[in-house]
Design a protein around this ligand. Structure first.
Ligand code: PEP
Length: 254
């Protein structure tokens, strides 16, 4: 059975003082409720190590990005090897903000996936269409092309270490959530692509998250859909109460 997962993506938010309080609140929630789904938090880079210390075994930590390069003269970049060496297990790759603001292409993202896997990190791999692509009814083709390129060199055994996240760009941070039907349609397509490439077992076992303005009010309806296995949460993950409600909503559907 595939895992239900909730990931909190903090983006570039919180000073250390505020971050520490939130990490401790999330840790308290997880220690008390012992959620059956996997909970992962992606704080800014400088807090990863300290977040790992606070969480111990209750919650996992993810980086928000990784370099596609191995090591060396890449000022400001962080390699998969460095992340692994401080105990990070997960990394978000291909977030739409990295694609648009930092010009990451599907090919760059494919290379990031390769280096993350080579160093034993588990990618949380994002895909999703823009509003124009959806209006022009190109959303299914867009996401298919993203998935096919990003997974180009990923083997069946490596696929077991990948979490996918469908995040329509028009829904991220906008308050406009995809309807459960719209999200399910895309998740079904993504699972179909995995089936074509890797067969039924891998497709059935791969966790596919939905992300895009998920909150405590809409999480339950989204997570009730058969191919939605949890969420990648931005804004609502910055509040322990909201994040806890979303975790509870995900655990209900195990
Ligand atoms: C995200 O950053 O991945 C995201 C889904 O953000 P939000 O939940 O704020 O839309």
């Amino acid at each position: 059975m595939r895992r239900k997962i909730v990931v909190g993506n903090w983006k570039m938010n919180k000073t250390w003082e505020d971050a520490r309080s939130l990490l401790m609140e999330i840790n308290r929630f997880a220690s008390t409720h012992k959620p059956k789904c996997l909970v992962i938090v992606a704080p800014p880079y400088p807090y990863l190590d300290r977040a790992n210390d606070i969480f111990m075994h209750h919650v996992e930590v993810a980086a928000q990005n990784v370099s596609q390069f191995e090591k060396g003269a890449y000022t400001g970049e962080i390699s998969a090897e460095i992340l692994k060496s401080i105990g990070v297990k997960y990394v978000i790759i291909g977030h739409s903000e990295r694609r648009t603001i930092h010009h990451e292409t599907n090919e760059i993202i494919r290379d990031k996936v390769a280096t993350a896997l080579a160093h034993g990190l588990n990618p949380i791999l994002c895909c999703g269409e823009t509003l124009d692509q959806r209006v022009e009814e190109k959303h299914l083709d867009t996401v298919r092309a993203q998935i096919e390129t990003m997974l180009d060199s990923v083997s069946s055994s490596q696929m077991q270490n990948i979490i996918l996240a469908y995040e329509p760009v028009w829904a991220i941070g906008t308050g406009h959530t995809a309807s459960p039907h719209q999200a399910q349609e895309m998740h079904e397509l993504i699972r179909g692509i995995l089936k074509e490439k890797y067969g039924d077992r891998i497709a059935d076992e791969t966790t596919i998250l939905y992300g895009g303005s998920v909150n405590s009010g809409n999480a339950d309806d989204l997570f009730a859909m058969p191919d939605i296995d949890g969420g990648l949460i931005g804004g609502a993950s910055l509040n322990a109460g909201d994040f806890g409600s979303i975790i509870n909503a995900s655990c209900k559907h195990i």
